[in-house]
Write a protein that binds this ligand. Structure first.
Ligand code: AKB
Length: 318
């Protein structure tokens, strides 16, 4: 029976684009998309799709057996802002399903795992600029605590049981095909929608609150490149820093204004400002560059152009 790849959380922000890209690359039938919800995007049904709750360990095991799954992309998580509202639920969801998948690899039912970490593993005591791969990590959000614990578990399963688990500390991800939900960096997606729909946006972070971000096309390419890297090149089994593009709300506003001079940007910081203030402003990704040759393509202005062009078509504002 043919080997397949399972995506947990295929309807989410990363899952949607990763599923479509992997299907294009490896064929629709080899990528098994699963999510707790039926997909809104019909394209996700161009290959196998199953409704699956990632906290159902028997369900995951059954799907792995049914489709002869050998690789799992585990993309299910409650993000930073929602996590602060439901701390126990966030911890439970973010941890339990990761451990199930690590156990499946330990039992040799699957051979390879991708699991996303985040810049949220860093905290207020971490150096803010060009944050190194290895540094002080004292996250102050439940989401960050769960991602840091997850990183430790990944490295532990690799060292102790030889599990081939690979991970990236994603910056805020910016995409037009699918929207994020419940994160602190979500403003940098909302701003493009509101610019096109209303010509103005009120940002929930303050003007000069810089954060690392990345265009989804770069993030998906990084994920696939890391997963395809020869094992001996993957020297970090906790999670790799990726730098992305660092900017603050005022600067993304200025980038939009270059193409939409009438765009108006206001600021009304809420509780997410404190979360953002605890995270790095910029990241050093020299380990990813050295180990698996990572190089990013998009900068702020090329991303803005891509976002506005694609969203205009999607929202039929042409
Ligand atoms: C969030 O804002 O919670 C996420 C993240 C940085 O991991 N986008």
């Amino acid at each position: 029976m043919k080997k397949t790849t399972l995506i947990l959380g295929a309807c989410g922000q990363i899952g949607t684009e990763l599923t479509l890209t992997l299907r294009e690359k490896y064929g629709n039938e080899t990528i098994i998309a699963t999510d707790i919800n039926e997909p809104r995007l019909a394209e996700l049904k161009n290959g196998p799709f199953e409704v699956l709750d990632a906290s159902d360990s028997d369900g995951i095991r059954a799907i792995c057996e049914k489709y002869n799954v050998t690789t799992v992309y585990h993309l299910v998580a409650m993000l930073s802002a929602t996590g602060e509202k439901f701390p126990m639920k966030a911890w439970d969801l973010n941890m339990r399903s990761l451990l199930y998948v690590l156990e499946l690899a330990k039992e040799n039912i699957i051979d390879k795992i991708f699991w996303p970490s985040s810049i949220a593993v860093f905290g207020p005591t971490t150096p803010k600029n060009l944050t190194p791969q290895q540094t002080i990590m004292e996250p102050s959000t439940v989401y960050g605590i769960s991602k840091l614990a997850g990183e430790r578990w990944c490295e532990y399963y690799h060292n102790k049981y030889g599990v081939d688990v690979r991970s990236i500390r994603y910056p805020g991800l910016i995409s037009w095909k699918s929207q994020p939900g419940g994160g602190t960096t979500d403003y940098a997606v909302e701003i493009y929608y509101k610019a096109l729909e209303q010509g103005k946006y009120t940002c929930f972070l303050s003007e000069h609150r810089a954060l690392p971000m990345m265009y989804m096309e770069d993030a998906v390419r990084a994920t696939i490149e890391l997963m395809e890297a020869p094992t001996e090149h993957v020297k970090i089994r906790s999670s790799y820093n990726l730098a992305g593009i660092s900017f603050d709300p005022a600067t993304i506003g200025a980038s939009i204004k270059k193409l939409m001079p009438e765009f108006e940007l206001n600021f009304e910081p809420d509780f997410r400002e404190d979360i953002a203030a605890s995270w790095p402003e910029s990241i050093d990704d020299s380990s990813a560059q050295a180990d698996w040759n990572w190089s990013q393509k998009y900068n702020l202005d090329t991303m803005t152009e891509a976002m506005l062009t694609n969203l205009k078509t999607k929202l039929q504002l042409l």
